[in-house]
Design a protein around this ligand. Sequence first.
Ligand code: DAH
Length: 344
Amino acid sequence: MKEKLELILKNAAAEINEAKNLADLENVKLKYLSRKGELNTIKKNLKDLSDDDKRIIGALANKISNQLDDLITEKNNEIYKIELDKKLNEEKIDITLPSDFRPQGKIHPLTQTINEIVEIFQGLGFSVMPAEYSPEVETEYINFDMLNFPPDHPAKDMQDTFYTKTAPNVILRSQTSGAQIRQMLHHQPPVRVISPGRVYRCESVSARKNNLFHQIEGLLVDKDITFGDLKGILNEFVRIYFGSARPTRFRASYFPFTEPSAEVDVQCIMCEGKGCRTCSGTGWLEILGSGTVHANVLKNVGIDPEIYSGFAFGMGVERLTMLKYAINDIRLFFNNDIRFLKQF
Ligand code: DAH
């Protein structure tokens, strides 16, 4: 028995020593120390021995069991440390490596222009109208009638305006000018606001026209406002937006809601005023419509035209962006081609 036990100790110690990983070690433990293991088998046979032998062999079996336990624990720690070191080595993070490339988005050129223009007018004392005064789905009443359009005005025709099926008089607004009405219905003068937004027109799409585009509307109403104030503000705007070298001109025009009305042209950026295809040979490009607010419009919103006067203007955001960056096709703004967009 004693020899048998010593042999178990020798073999088990050798196997523990040779274990390469925690699984090997677990197998050795099962083989020698588990309930059905070799040591227990011997302990079960003790009952056949004399009392003296029982004591001696029993004690020896326990001692060997403890020795093996210690050896296994020691080996376990050793393997654990080796495996941990290996893992730490493999998972080492090199913080000097360049990071992953994450493409960064950019602000759309039209949004950039809107932001820029809003900032210019804020510098001139205007604030941005609350968005709720400027809905894209609008009534004919606000979009046209309140703005002094005669009932049979050709712009109201189906060709220009998108009508909805929701209700007979509900349209997609064709201009941001209706925001003027909503602003004045809510606020008595002094009023000094701008309102950027989308407008819709039922037109065939081309390099120059899209049926969705953006406008920025402006409105100033106060006592003693003259056409000179309008010229001063708009000249200042053009000077800041295009730079002081770009000449402008005011050209008489017609809008139902302003009287007198004027369109503002800037000298053609393609030909410097010599005349080319872009400016149809005129040397000038129109950038906005404007004028003195019509007395009828003031009356429509309950403002006394004998006391107050004002001016309004509306500019095309796509137009202004195209002129500044010499972009020749309005559709580029809406195609979302990253090669175009990332230039801004
Ligand atoms: N709403 C006009 C358009 O879409 C532009 C315009 C002209 C706006 C004169 C104005 C204005 O406020 O006074 O063509």
